[in-house]
Design a protein around this ligand. Structure first.
Ligand code: ADP
Ligand code: MG
Length: 237
């Protein structure tokens, strides 16, 4: 069972867009609780609302209705000014196409969130970046530009960057969608290890065969969410 105070608690969240054809709901009355340290998968067809849901959890998208509480903060009530530092400290984001800054070295990319949020003293940021790159096994690439790295190496570096400020939550939107399957397996193993180490990890993924590695699998359909029936873990939604 999830605890009364889950790390992430989404209540009756809807996100709608006004289109010329009428109101379109990207999320419809979504309820969801995720506990600390869990490894969670979100699956569903293209256009079902997965990215919108991740963006709502990260405070990137604002819901049009409902309540979003993440790590004790009701983020749907926060201003943009409050949200940016909050996000930097609480959420690490990993993208499908890595999104490393091309003109910065790998180490500089990892230092960027520390510079932006002014976490960790300036004098220790590079050392910390190198330690994180070591952890994800790309320390030897630290002083290269992203273009010199393979896709898998770039995604490892992007995971190190997401961990820069030691956030309790990592979200990743189809992080292996652009990688070959054996590289994808090693990236998944990293996420599994991070969740075993105490991080809460939420992945949008289509890798159904990995379902047993997840504490819970949610499926999205037309902006609504359901818990995968094959999943044995009890998480209330
Ligand atoms: P998924 O990640 O599952 O593919 P998304 O969350 O990106 O789905 O999108 C869910 C639905 O919301 C899609 O139909 C998409 O076209 C729509 N949508 C997303 N952003 C906007 C927007 N800014 N304006 C209108 N519709 C949008
Ligand atoms: Mg998406």
């Amino acid at each position: 069972m999830s605890t009364p105070n889950s790390l992430i608690e989404i209540s009756d969240v809807s996100k709608s867009y006004s289109l010329s054809s009428g109101t379109f709901f990207a999320l419809q009355q979504v309820n969801l609780k995720i506990d600390s340290g869990h490894l969670v998968a979100i699956t569903g067809k293209s256009g079902s609302g997965k990215t919108t849901l991740l963006n709502v959890i990260a405070g990137i998208d604002r819901p049009t209705a409902g309540r979003v509480v993440v790590n004790g903060a009701q983020i749907d009530r926060m201003t943009e000014r409050q949200l940016a530092p909050w996000r930097g400290a609480n959420i690490g984001v990993v993208f499908q196409f890595f999104q490393l800054l091309p003109t910065l070295t790998i180490a500089e990319n990892v230092m960027l969130p520390m510079d932006f949020c002014n976490t960790f003293h300036r004098s220790v940021r590079r050392k910390r970046a190198l330690q994180l790159l070591e952890m994800v096994d790309v320390a030897e690439q630290a002083d290269k530009l992203p273009s010199a790295l393979s896709g898998g190496q770039q995604q490892r570096a992007a995971i190190a960057r997401a961990l820069a400020n030691d956030p309790p939550i990592l979200i990743a939107d189809e992080p292996t969608g652009n990688l070959d399957s054996s590289t994808a397996q090693t990236i998944f193993q990293l996420f599994i290890n991070l969740s075993k180490g105490g991080k809460t990890v939420i992945l949008v993924t289509h890798e159904r065969e990995l379902a047993e590695s997840f504490d819970v699998v949610f499926e999205m359909k037309d902006g609504r969410i359901s818990q995968d029936a094959s999943n044995k873990m009890s998480v209330s939604i």
